[in-house]
Structure formats: C-alpha cells, structure tokens
Design a protein around this ligand. Structure first.
Ligand code: IPM
Ligand code: MN
Length: 364
C-alpha cells in the first residue's frame, strides 16, 4: 500500500479550523501532482476535544495519528481552558504529548521576509532591508519542557514550584546533526544559542555542539548567549542563517524571528523524528480573539502543508508550487488584515476564505 499516504488532520481550537480549511483547499488542488493517493482523516484535539471527550488528546486521535504517515496540525488552546491544571490543558495535554509520543525532537522553523512585506517588519528599514532568511532549529522533546521533577509544593508561607532543565548528550548530538546537515545546504553557518555562563546544561550543550562540528569542516560555528542573541537579532538579523537552540530558547527565538518578518501569521514549522515522521503546524497560536471571524491569515497553515509535502512526501517541486503561489498572491497586493499597516492603504484586504481561494488559484 505504499501508493497511499495517510494524513491525520487535527484542526484544533481558535483559528485552527478556518485556516486548516484553506490548507485543505490547496491540498485538493495539488493532489494531482503527487504520485501518492492522499487519504485524509480528521480528528479532534486540544480544547475542542476536552469539550467533547474530556481529554485534549483522545485515544481515537492518538491512534489515528499512529496509523498515519504525517500530521497536519492547526492550533490549540485558549482562555476557556485556563482553569484546568497544566497537564490537562490543551498545550501539555495534547501538543506536548504528541511531540513526546512520536519523538519529534527536531523542530524546523523557517522565517524569511517576503519582498512585498518589508514595511511590516517592526525593525527600521535600514536594518531589515539587509534581508532576513533564517531557520530556527529547535530541540523539541527535551530540556526544561519535559525534565523531571517538575511541580509545585503548596505549604503555609513557603510554597514553591520547580522545573528541571536536563539534556542528555545524545539529545544534543542528534539535533546538532540536523542543524549541521541543514547548514550544509544553506549558507554553511550556524549560530548555537545557550547560557553557558550560568547553566550546566548549556556547558554540555556547547561541548557536544563543538564535537559534532568537527564532522562538518565546511560549516562555520558560532556560539551566542541567549541574552545577546535576542539583542543581535534586533540589531542585525541578516547576520543569522541557521540558529540552533535548546527547547526553551528556541521557543523564544522563533517567536522573535516571526515578529521580525512582520507577522506571526506567516510562519510554518515542521517537527520531525528520526524516521521522518512529522507533525506540521503554524508557529503562531490559536488566536482566540480573532477566531471565527474569517480574518485570520492562512499562510502559516498553508506553508505547513508545503513543509509536509517537502519533508514527508519528499516532493520539493510541489512544495515550491505552493510557495510560489503565496509569493504571487502577495505580489498581487492581497493581504489578510494582519498584513496591513498604515503604509499599505492601496492593497486589497481579503478574508481568510478569499486568501485561501486566491492562493489556490495561483497554483500552476
Ligand atoms: C510553540 C508553542 C508551544 C511551545 C506551546 C503551545 C506549548 O508556543 O510551539 O512554540 O511552547 O512549544
Ligand atoms: Mn512558542
């Protein structure tokens, strides 16, 4: 049956379902170019699943994902579920569980500025005009997100809480290899982020990255402390290409990279394991404040589909067709609301649905 490709679609909460609909329109249009038959199964996840099944990751959803070749994920979470204990909330109860369950340790978050969107960057023109095109490679299944013990001790006048930052050498090695292999195909430079002046995990991180770098003569490696890195990204983002980060620093840096490009609504991500199984999701959140209004930007979701086609279906030609259609649609002046500022009055503001349709039409 290797002529079939089973795709688990998990739209989730907030803007998830409406942007997912646009990605599926694209998939419907391009499926004829793929040499596999795509079987789509849709499952509930996150807060929506809590409301229906009392569980952010119901058995049926997990099982469906296990039976699939890849997961296309929307977004999860919202204030509605904030009353729940952390481990039951959509974030820990579904997304982090999926990452751990499928061993999705390698998170790739490409961020680049589109030709027509320079004016959206919050950075000064003189800085952003030098260009911005990076991939944040984030370790996704280790570090302080998953380290044990973690918890809170309530006691009279002396309540405390704790999390554990822990990294095994093998975890650092495998994410480093992903980053170096990527750097070889790009500008052959890596900036590795840590806090090695304070944290033991960072000292080990740096040592292991240095060791792996010896296998890659052609790649230039630089180390940078996280506090300096956030400054450097503001001051001169064009100096970066591949940015390699432990889990928590990658969470922070990838949002900063997103904002440098002007909108978090454009940023996709791929989370991969060592068997090339992947979960693909927008890097932005569920945006509950604009959910259901048909104004959300579907580009991050559509680019997540494009990454799925590139990595899981290993078809970069078709992935490029989607990316080109997005570039073309932006060049034609169409923008969802998040992509408009005072400098862009002459543009056509379109809805989520319209943006999805326009991009679909621009696929050739
Ligand atoms: C992300 C998100 C998640 C994270 C949340 C939703 C758990 O912010 O994918 O960056 O912190 O990893
Ligand atoms: Mn994040």
């Amino acid at each position: 049956m290797n002529n079939m490709f089973k795709l688990a679609v998990l739209p989730g909460d907030g803007i998830g379902p409406e942007v997912m609909r646009q990605a599926l329109k694209i998939l419907n249009k391009i499926k004829k170019y793929l040499n596999k038959k795509i079987i789509i199964n849709t499952y509930q996840v996150g807060g929506t699943a809590i409301n229906t099944f009392g569980n952010a990751l119901p058995e049926e959803t997990l099982h469906g994902c296990e039976e699939s070749d890849a997961i296309l994920f929307g977004s999860i979470g919202g204030p509605e579920w904030d009353y729940l204990p952390l481990e039951k909330r959509p974030e820990q109860g579904s997304l982090l569980k999926l990452r751990k369950h499928f061993n999705l340790f390698a998170n790739l978050r490409p961020a680049y500025i589109y030709d027509n969107l320079y004016s959206l960057s919050p950075l000064k023109n003189i800085i952003i005009r030098k260009g911005f095109d990076v991939v944040c490679v984030r370790e996704l299944t280790g570090g302080i997100y998953f380290g044990e013990p973690k918890g809170v001790q309530y006691q009279p006048n002396n309540t405390y809480a704790f999390d554990t930052e822990i990294y095994y050498e093998y975890e650092i090695e495998r994410i480093a290899k992903i980053a170096f292999n990527l750097a070889v195909k790009r500008k052959k430079k890596i900036c590795s982020i840590d806090k090695a002046n304070v944290l033991y995990t960072s000292v080990l991180w740096r040592r292991v990255i240095n060791k792996i770098s010896q296998m890659y003569d052609e790649v230039t490696l630089q180390h940078m402390y996280i506090d300096n890195a956030v400054m450097q990204l503001m001051k001169n983002p064009s100096q970066f290409d591949v940015i390699l980060c432990p889990n928590l620093f990658g969470d922070i840096i990838s949002d900063q990279c997103a904002m440098i490009t002007g909108s978090i609504g454009n940023l996709p991500s791929a989370s991969l394991n060592n068997k090339n199984f992947g979960l693909y999701e927008p890097a932005g959140g569920s945006a509950p404040n604009i959910a259901g209004k048909n104004i959300a930007n579907p580009i991050a979701q559509i680019l997540s589909l494009s990454m799925l086609i590139e990595y899981s279906l290993q078809n970069s030609v078709v992935a490029q067709k989607i990316n080109n259609a997005i570039i073309q649609t932006l060049a034609q002046g169409y923008r969802t609301k998040d992509l408009v500022n005072q400098n862009t009055q002459l543009l056509n503001i379109v809805t989520t649905e319209e943006m999805g349709t326009l991009i679909t039409q621009n696929i050739i």
